[in-house]
Structures are given as structure tokens and as C-alpha cells.
Design a protein around this ligand. Structure first.
Ligand code: FMN
Length: 204
């Protein structure tokens, strides 16, 4: 039986293109598994990962970003230690991406202004709680007052959420690709830390 091999199977340049293609699709398509990567960072001996929503990619500037609450734990960690990674997996394509780099917190700057303007009514709810995410609470709660919890706020009233809003960019230093295939796995590594992108194969 003939099993078709994708164009990128044995071609590092094609893999690199496919990588950005998958990220582009993850950004545009809410149903894509690449829409919700795991952002991983840590400090000293504690490391943690959490799902985030991919909000932007810039191939030229070699960066990708997501939105968050400035009061969240991950922000504290980034302030202490900026190296971070993003982990993606698309089960149907059998492709895993591990993106490593440095995280940068944008807060009340041009980047956050631009992103905040694009946020919709419902997604602003995430930034409207009085207490910091992860704070202890004596009762089960969303952390929102009834007006915000029931979405009974106007877009103008949601403007105060901007106080808690930040954009976390990851400046990419490397991308590792793993393609699982019955006909033989393929693993590739891209070093983006130099002017010319270094592309090489690894043993899967
Ligand atoms: C589907 C999904 C999407 C999420 N998107 C985001 C996001 O874009 N930004 C974010 O900060 N947290 C997001 N979260 C919540 C995080 O996974 C995490 O619980 C929260 O950010 C607190 O993490 P921290 O305490 O490590 O800072 C999302 C969770 C899920 C399940």
C-alpha cells in the first residue's frame, strides 16, 4: 500500500513554512488545536504550564503573543525569569511544536492599546474581577460582581478592565518540530537567534 508523504516530510525549508502556516491557522481558526497552546515558564525549582489563547504571530519579528491579567502568577514569574516556551500539538496533523524564547510583558503601552481595542465585550470579563486571579477565596466564585458576572455591562463600563490587561509576547529563539508518522518520525530544529535561520535535523 502506498502511503503519501507530505511535501515537508524530508524538507527543512518546507517544514519551516508549514510551521508558520500552522501558527497562522491557529490564530485564525478557533477550532484549530494550535489556537490554544500551553505557555510554560518557571523560576528556580518551580515550573508550570497553562493553556492560553494565541492572539498574534509575527514571522518577520519572530514573536508570538497572548493576552493575560497583569496580576496573574505567570506575570510574576516572567518578571523574575523571562525564558519561556509554548507547546503546541495538532493530533490530526501529528505535529508537535516547542517554541522557546523570552517573554516580554506589555502593560499600558501601544501594544496593549491596540490589542485592547480589538477585545470583544465577552472576553473583557476576564479582566473585570476585583481580586487577582489565583487569590484564595472562602466561597466558590467567578471573582466577578453580579453585573459583570451576568454580562450586564456596557462596553464603556468594561473599559476599567484595561487596568488589568497585558499582552505577553514571546520572542522566539528556537522552534523544535516533531512529526509522528508510521513511515518514520521526523524531528527538526530551527535556531532563530541568528540573522540567518539555522535549520537542522534531529533524531526523533
Ligand atoms: C481554553 C483556555 C483558554 C485560556 N486562555 C487564557 C489566555 O489567553 N490568557 C491567560 O492568561 N489565561 C488563559 N487561560 C487560563 C490559564 O490556563 C490559567 O488558568 C490562568 O492564566 C492562570 O495561570 P497562572 O496562575 O499560571 O498565571 C485559559 C484557559 C483555558 C482552559
Amino acid at each position: 500500500m502506498q502511503i503519501n508523504k507530505p511535501d515537508y516530510y524530508n524538507d527543512l525549508d518546507e517544514i519551516y513554512l508549514k510551521t508558520w502556516d500552522l501558527l497562522e491557522n491557529g490564530l485564525a481558526n478557533r477550532d484549530s488545536p494550535f489556537h490554544i497552546p500551553v505557555f510554560i515558564n518557571g523560576n528556580q525549582n518551580i515550573f508550570d504550564g497553562r493553556i492560553v489563547v494565541l492572539r498574534g504571530i509575527d514571522q518577520k519579528e519572530k514573536k508570538i503573543w497572548f493576552h493575560s491579567d497583569i496580576r496573574s502568577n505567570k506575570v510574576k514569574i516572567i518578571k523574575a525569569n523571562s525564558p519561556a516556551s509554548l507547546l503546541f500539538y495538532d493530533r490530526s496533523q501529528k505535529i508537535q511544536l516547542r517554541i522557546c524564547g523570552f517573554a516580554k510583558i506589555n502593560y499600558k503601552n501601544d501594544t496593549t492599546k491596540k490589542s485592547w481595542k480589538k477585545t470583544v465585550h465577552m472576553s473583557r470579563q476576564c479582566y473585570l474581577g476585583d481580586e487577582a486571579p489565583g487569590s484564595d477565596t472562602l466561597k466558590p466564585t467567578s471573582g466577578l460582581t453580579a453585573v459583570f458576572d451576568n454580562s450586564e455591562y456596557t462596553i464603556e463600563e468594561s473599559e476599567i478592565g484595561y487596568e488589568n490587561f497585558c499582552v505577553i509576547e514571546t520572542f522566539i529563539k528556537s522552534i523544535e518540530w516533531l512529526y509522528l508518522a508510521a513511515k518514520g518520525h521526523r524531528r527538526a530544529y530551527f535556531n532563530l537567534d541568528k540573522n540567518k535561520i539555522e535549520k537542522k535535523w534531529l533524531i526523533p
